[in-house]
Design a protein around this ligand. Structure first.
Ligand code: GDP
Length: 421
């Protein structure tokens, strides 16, 4: 593998700027700039030099192969955080034969060298993208290998079950009865149950990762945009007195006490004779119905019953003008009732994430479902068929960890990473 470098810290001014190198010769390349770095994983305070000129003073450290983020030899230099310094140092590193890393290339190397599996890579990606506490908590568990450790344990169960079945297969040719011991079915039953639990916790985990959708529905002028603006505390949706000015679905992303929530303003849903507009209305309607929750907003309790689903909130708007009715009465003008509304929404949504598992990616749940399905209807199977089911389950778990079939996902996953990761 060639030697790559990248700024690991965001570009621009800051306290420090970290440049990281990975690949054979990383240590030597850095040493030519800062002098000898005798011990791995020790920080040295050094002048960074270009011949006799001091470019900066910096901390330098290196990690030996096998004990670094990428699994390769890695070296880091912590410079003062001025772009002109980083520019000069990266120029010098290029003179030493290093090239700038591509997006996600460090992580890709970590994956290739077996330092991380695909579930951990996905977790790391989620961690870097996390905007809310719940997202961070979920991502840090995946990035830290929780799913991977589970998968390892499942594989061990499979190997044990597989070994017992193989014995039955071997004996089948001889005069020994080819019965599969009950223990095999017990092991596989336990495994199947654990897989089922993880699969059923996918929906909630996926909501944590991607956010809940809440649609605000109501007649024109009910105050939908004003409510969203009030909640978001910034001018995102167009507020106007002309009916139906917000044509499309407008989204506002919120951090609701740690939960990621997308508020959808569906002002586009209204009667129309225009064919093109009708298509937009249909889309907005579908989107609102697919949302996790709907707030039916109106001044006097008018509700579009065709859009109503169990658990939806009925909210009265313009509480400053009208006498309050119902549980939720809010004023976007004074702010009255809005905190209570948000508290209640949080209550409902936080209940829905109680059973969240660690599996939060479509790719992961597909692999797990495949594994699960291979273990269904195995009771009473002859050993040869059972062995085949076990092998299939194992290869689905390999897919989960990216040991096989990872190619199609890699470029998508890594391209979402930044250059220094
Ligand atoms: P939408 O069509 O449902 O999105 O409604 P808008 O948010 O555009 O509001 C329609 C009109 O009602 C605007 O003139 C707003 O200023 C007004 N409005 C919205 N919410 C309130 C409120 O809580 N109190 C008062 N007094 N006026 C409001």
């Amino acid at each position: 593998m060639d030697l790559i470098y990248a700024e690991a810290t965001p570009p621009g001014r800051g306290g420090i700027s970290v440049i990281r190198l990975s690949g054979a010769g990383a240590r030597a390349a850095l040493e030519r700039l800062v002098g000898d770095l005798p011990q791995a994983r020790h920080c040295y305070f050094r002048d960074v030099k270009d011949a006799d000129e001091v470019v900066d003073q910096a901390l330098a450290v290196w990690f030996e192969e096998g004990l670094s983020f990428t699994g390769e030899e890695v070296a880091e230099v912590h410079l003062h955080g001025a772009p002109v310094i980083a520019k000069r140092v990266t120029y010098l590193l290029e003179q030493e034969g290093a090239r700038q890393a591509e997006a996600g290339e460090f992580t890709r190397r970590a994956f290739m060298s077996g330092r991380m599996d695909l579930a951990e890579v996905e977790g790391l990606g989620d961690l870097l993208e996390a905007e809310t506490e719940y997202q961070r908590q979920l991502a840090v568990r995946s990035a830290g290998g929780e799913l991977s450790r589970k998968a390892e344990r499942w594989r061990e169960l499979l190997i044990r079950a597989g070994a017992m079945v193989e014995v039955s297969v071997d004996f089948a040719d001889e005069e020994v009865p080819d019965e599969v011991p009950d223990e095999v079915f017990e092991l596989l039953g336990t495994l199947r149950e654990e897989l089922r639990e993880q699969i059923s916790g996918f929906g909630a985990a996926e909501r944590i990762r991607n956010g809940f959708e809440i649609a605000i529905i109501g007649p024109p002028n009910a105050g939908k945009s004003s409510l969203i603006n009030r909640i978001a505390r910034r001018d995102v949706a167009l507020v106007s007195q002309v009916a139906g000015t917000t044509r499309d679905v407008i989204e506002v992303r919120l951090d609701l006490k740690g939960l990621s929530v997308n508020l959808l303003d569906t002002a586009g849903i209204r009667e129309t004779t225009d064919e093109v507009e009708q298509m937009g209305v249909d889309l907005a309607r579908k989107r609102a119905l697919a949302a996790d929750l709907r707030l039916h907003l109106s001044e006097h309790g008018e509700i579009d019953e065709s859009m109503r689903r169990d658990g939806d909130f009925v909210v009265q708007s313009k509480a400053d003008l009208n006498e309050a009715v119902g549980e939720h009465s809010v004023s976007s003008k004074s702010g009255a009732g809005i905190d209570k509304l948000l508290d209640n929404i949080f209550e409902v949504l936080s209940q829905r994430v109680v059973g969240a598992g660690i599996v939060s990616h479509e790719r992961q749940v597909r692999a797990l479902t495949e594994a699960y399905e291979s273990l269904c209807d195995i009771e009473g199977l002859p050993p040869e068929f059972l062995a085949e089911s076990i092998r299939r389950t194992g290869s689905s778990l390999d897919k989960l960890l990216g040991r096989i079939g990872a190619e199609e996902y890699l470029s998508v996953i890594f391209s979402s990473f930044c250059i220094g990761k």
